[in-house]
Ligand binder design. Structure first.
Ligand code: NAD
Length: 468
């Protein structure tokens, strides 16, 4: 079993490299190796060479190896969790880095266990036809910094299960967590099947323009997703684009504020709001507006924020100074426009780390920047509505559609409202809970393609119809 120190030493550069900063202390945690286009060529050649043998192992043997990789993650889970907390900032406890390490293992096992058998689509006097799936070949995966090890697993686990080789570029803000994950799973995987190349956006752009990739999986911002679609168009790799969101929640007049407050809170503030499918704007019927705001403030007051490695912390810092400035700017604009701080605002600008307090803002227009722009941080706008059609129109007004939620004591009524919302997933009385067997993906500017379950396996494969 590895320790945090041995895992960190295994993935940091001997000399040079990119400094990685602990967002809770501003200290340099270590230096990540920095790869360039020559490394990319080597990784592509190694992956291409390794892929046919990997594919020919068959589903059963690849699944056995993915389960062995999950066992290896379980043995190193505590060390991996510590590294994620130091590098990305999320706390060890709550839905934090231990939860993330557990998710890595769970998603590896789920990819191994998901059946994907050929389906007979025709059987009559004219003949038989079956639809099956083959490996697509070489998968390029590019990831974000908010759930670095988990999102990397969402990309590599199904891709490997289907017999592909993977070349992966983590975010420049969280390369060590992904290098550590690869070091752990590479204990059981054949050489060349998975290569992690830490580097910046320029290396990502070089990957997406490289004709060797048959499939690109990208999780990150809508802006970068559009750049990837453009730069890869010349050689037509298949694309899965999991992009930004600005998830609405609608609280119906029959909801019970005290009963929903904790789930609402964690739907919005999990990982200090730095989650793609977090609740980012809340529309509450005017009859409940003040009660919901007060109930959320009560939960906030009981939820300590501090360094991720402090066992008492339930919320951590923002991962980057840039994200701190985005959240701060949106809250300052909201205040200037007459928004009322129910709690939070006023960060300590002189203290160490990127800590932004848990913040609730009421009294904003539906078009305020804090409402219509993705804050990706711990500042939730709460907007009162009087007419449900108006709330649904606000929910659908933006050009993104990742997740959404409806909150009500009447589940059937909530489901009817859910069906009117333009989002890839709509939760009832919860928000953002993901399951490895339940497909997940966005609509509109939140991208396209599905992850998880059998649909996720199909998205890293090519269909093949055999007609006899
Ligand atoms: P980002 O788009 O800035 O960066 C993501 C990755 O893309 C990084 O690895 C970066 O180096 C790389 N990159 C940058 N420019 C590139 C280019 N031109 N070509 C190829 N790669 C390039 O996003 P971020 O700031 O890391 O992540 C935050 C965003 O990601 C938020 O909008 C969030 O909603 C979204 N997100 C979405 C999901 C989802 O599943 N839909 C999950 C997590 C995060």
């Amino acid at each position: 079993m590895e320790t945090y120190e041995s895992l960190l030493a295994a993935v940091t550069a001997a000399e040079g490299g990119r400094p990685v900063v602990d967002p809770a202390t501003d200290e340099v945690l270590g230096h990540a190796p920095e790869r360039g286009t020559a490394d990319l060529e080597r990784a592509v050649a190694a992956a291409r060479a390794a892929q046919p043998d990997w594919e020919s192992l068959g589903h059963r043997e690849r699944s056995r190896l993915l389960n062995a990789a999950a066992d290896a993650v379980d043995r190193s889970a505590e060390a991996l969790a510590h590294l994620v907390s130091r590098e990305q900032g999320k706390p060890l406890n709550g839905p934090g880095s231990r939860f993330e390490a557990g998710g890595v293992s769970a998603w590896l096992r789920a990819a191994a266990a998901t059946p994907l058998d050929p389906v007979q689509v025709l059987d009559d006097e004219s003949g038989q036809a079956t639809l099956g799936y083959r490996a697509v070949g070489l998968v390029g995966a590019i990831g974000p910094w908010n759930w670095p090890a988990l999102v990397a697993t969402w990309q590599l686990a199904p891709a490997l299960r289907m017999g592909n080789a993977v070349v992966m570029k983590p975010s420049e803000h969280t390369p060590l967590s992904v290098l550590a994950l690869a070091a752990i799973v590479d204990q059981v995987l054949p050489e060349g099947v998975l290569t992690v190349l830490p580097g910046g956006g320029d290396l990502g752009a070089a990957m997406t323009a490289h004709p060797a990739f048959d499939k690109l999986m990208f999780t990150g911002s809508t802006r970068t997703g559009k750049a990837i679609a453009a730069s890869s168009a010349g050689h037509l790799p298949r694309l899965t684009l999991e992009l930004g969101g600005n998830d609405p929640g609608i609280v119906l007049p029959d909801a019970d504020p005290a009963a929903i407050a904790a789930d609402l809170f964690w739907g919005a503030f999990i990982n200090t709001g730095q989650t793609c499918a977090a609740l980012k704007r809340l529309y509450v019927h005017e009859s409940l507006h003040d009660d919901v705001a007060d109930a959320l403030a009560d939960v906030a007051a009981q939820t300590p924020m501090g360094p991720g490695t402090d066992e008492k912390s339930m919320l951590g810092p923002l991962t980057t100074g840039g994200q701190f400035r985005i959240v701060d700017g949106l809250v300052e604009q909201a205040k200037a426009a007459g928004g009322r701080l129910v709690t939070g605002g006023g960060p300590d600008r002189d203290g160490a780390g990127n800590f932004y307090p848990t913040t609730l803002v009421t009294g904003l227009d539906a078009g305020a920047p804090l409402v219509v722009e993705e804050q990706f941080g711990p500042a939730l706008p709460i907007v009162a509505y009087s007419d449900l059609d108006e709330a649904v129109a606000h929910a659908n007004a933006l050009d993104v559609g990742l997740g959404a939620s409806v909150w009500s004591s009447d589940v059937e009524r909530a489901k009817q409202v859910a069906s009117r919302i333009e989002a890839g997933t709509v939760w009832v009385n919860k928000h953002g809970t993901l399951h490895p067997m339940v497909p997940f993906g966005g609509v509109k500017g939140s991208g396209y393609g599905l992850e998880f379950g059998a649909e996720g396996l199909k998205s890293v494969a090519v269909p093949q119809v055999i007609v006899t």
